[in-house]
Design a protein around this ligand. Structure first.
Ligand code: F6R
Length: 242
């Protein structure tokens, strides 16, 4: 695990955008795993600017997102499909037919999960998986006690995750109870993982991921097993490290 600590959130976000830009420039047909959430908003903003400035070729990219809320139509404003279309795919000009998220209004979540795994395999596997981390140590929506060998499946979200994400839903609409998420085993199959955490509210989870015992109570600690995982932090997110 390589841990890089930057003085500010802006520098950490820029560092992640730079890694993505360099990767796409060097390998325009990469298969990139993507994440959503507040942490990635500035990263995607920086990436869009770099794509325009440096004429980064994106037409051959293939992307797979980590997760999608179960039961939300893709067009729902709080769906991760809407987030990705608005914050990255549209502005960056990435062809939508090459972008994949679990289909959250499919009839059968187990069949959709298996089909998602198959789609990733048929694309040749994920070259670089971008990750955020939840305050409870989740990656994707693999909540604490998820099997470290898990594959894409339907997961119940914890109360703390639903509370953290309530801000994206209207006052009269609760955060969904379930999501389809890549499993921890799916994430570990990526050839490279890149996790970004910023802010003091992530400090405890970051310390458990990096220094804590490897185990299902902190799903992100599974990255200790990955041969090529880079963790990029700002000083606040790194503040609980020894
Ligand atoms: C999102 C995802 C989640 C988030 C995590 C952090 O696709 O997989 O694991 O990365 O919940 O979310 P923020 O960045 O909103 O704190």
């Amino acid at each position: 695990m390589k841990v890089l600590i930057h003085n500010s959130a802006e520098l950490a976000q820029q560092a992640v955008a730079d890694i993505l830009t360099a990767r796409i420039l060097a390998h325009p047909a990469s298969v990139i795993g993507l994440a959503t959430g507040g942490t990635m908003e500035v990263v995607y903003d920086r990436l869009i600017r770099a794509i325009a400035r440096e004429a980064v070729p994106v037409r051959d990219l293939v992307t797979f997102n980590l997760d999608e809320y179960w039961g939300l139509a893709p067009a729902h404003p709080a769906s991760y499909r809407s987030y990705m279309n608005a914050r990255l795919f549209g502005p960056a000009g990435i062809p939508l037919e090459r972008t994949f998220l679990p289909v959250a209004d499919a009839a059968d979540p187990a069949a959709e999960s298996d089909a998602y795994e198959l789609r990733i395999r048929e694309a040749g596997g994920i070259d670089l998986q971008l990750l955020g981390i939840g305050q409870n140590g989740h990656i994707g929506f693999n909540e604490p006690t998820s099997s470290l060998a898990s594959r894409t499946r339907l997961k119940t979200l914890t109360q703390s995750t639903r509370k953290a994400n309530q801000q994206y839903f209207g006052a009269d609409e609760a955060t969904p109870e379930y999501a389809i998420t890549m499993g921890i085993g799916t994430i570990l199959d990526a050839r490279e993982c890149l996790l970004l955490a910023t802010g003091s509210n992530k400090a405890e989870a970051v310390s458990r991921m990096i220094e804590g015992p490897l185990g299902a109570h902190c799903p992100a600690s599974a990255l200790q097993l990955h041969p090529k995982a880079t963790i990029i932090l700002d000083a606040d997110a790194a503040s609980a490290l020894e």
